[in-house]
Design a protein around this ligand. Structure first.
Ligand code: UDP
Ligand code: MG
Length: 311
């Protein structure tokens, strides 16, 4: 490998920029190749950009892209991938939750010929509740989707040039990178590290955004929810027909009994519920079609010292 790129999305991380830079350098110096560090400022409201610019003035290997507003981590990563020149790139968070000490081992994986080297995290130090919910979520997602999601495998990974180019070819605007990384395939090596607690600042994930992320994971990658609606509808229809036939038989045999308020209301509620669920699922997909059809770019660049990469 000649050049290794490190991509770091940063949103309100002023306290961490210098820190991560120093920690990174300590590791990168050990490597036998050149390196560049690409900071992507994702519309931060604090001094993040200032800190990055200071570093860029001092060091040639520090590159940056500053987006015009907050586009979200997925878009920030995409912006970074778009403008790095390395033979491989490592994606990393700015909060030091992704230990730079792993880089050496990841590069080794690349030299062994792997196109993706994933650093997988254990769940130590995380709240019990979150761990339990996460593993439950992964069980469900893997049951309903067609791609493979692994618990703890996040964005902390090395991508070969081939993997980067494959990712760049996926132009969809609802980006769920975990799914995209799995979708492109290619050979993969998995390393593990101990979970690290965030050094400074706060996590940008609220409970609501985690739930939304979860829904994206399920919807982005398959049409199975549509099919589940279809089957549920089908089964319910079958059961109602059966019920109608049995009731009809009883009426023929015994005559009309007491007015069936309970059964009527149950049927109405049940059907109403199922119809609403189905509409919701269809709505999700329609919404996505609407989003994709706008063909908007995933991010807009305000300033940068790196050119777009062209092969
Ligand atoms: N981030 C970003 N844009 C956002 C939210 C987050 O670029 O809109 C960056 C953030 O600065 C950090 C990384 O994505 O470098 C991971 O964010 P965070 O630590 O909040 O997520 P967590 O580690 O809790 O999953
Ligand atoms: Mg974090």
């Amino acid at each position: 490998m000649k050049l290794l790129s490190i991509i770091i999305p940063a949103y309100n991380e002023e306290a961490n920029i210098v820190n991560i830079h120093n920690r990174l350098i300590a590791e990168l110096e050990e490597l036998p190749c050149h390196y560049e560090i690409m900071f992507v400022n994702d519309g931060s409201r604090d001094q993040t950009l200032g800190e990055i610019l200071k570093l860029a003035r001092e060091h040639d290997y520090v590159k940056y892209i500053s987006l015009t507003r907050n586009f979200g981590k997925e878009s920030a990563i995409l912006a970074g991938l778009n403008r790095v020149h390395g033979d491989a790139a490592i994606l990393m968070d700015s909060d030091l939750q992704h230990p730079p000490e792993m880089i050496c081992e990841m590069v080794q994986g690349f030299e062994e010929g792997f196109h993706q080297v994933v650093a997988k995290r254990s769940r130590t130090g995380e709240s019990k509740m979150r761990s339990v919910l996460s593993s439950l979520y992964y069980k469900i997602v893997n049951a309903v989707t067609d791609v493979d999601f692994v618990d703890g495998e996040g964005d902390f990974r090395l991508l070969s040039r081939k993997a980067i180019n494959s990712i760049l070819r996926l132009s969809e605007s609802n980006r769920f990178s975990k799914g995209l990384f799995s979708w492109i395939g290619l050979s993969k090596k998995i390393l593990t590290y101990e979970n690290v607690v965030r050094v400074d600042g706060e996590s940008k994930w609220s409970f609501a955004s985690l739930v939304n992320y979860g829904i994206d994971g399920i919807i982005s990658f398959n049409m199975k929810p549509l099919r589940i609606c279809f089957y549920t509808g089908f089964i319910v229809l079958f059961l109602s027909l059966l019920y109608v036939a049995i009731t009809f038989y009883h009426i023929l045999r015994d005559g009309v009994g007491a007015p069936g308020y309970f059964t009527t209301i149950t049927a109405v509620l049940m059907l109403g519920g199922i119809q609403l669920i189905s509409l919701g699922v269809i709505g999700e997909y329609v919404g996505r079609i609407y989003n994709e059809s706008k063909k908007r770019p995933n991010f807009l660049v305000d300033i940068s010292n790196a050119d777009e990469f062209d092969e």
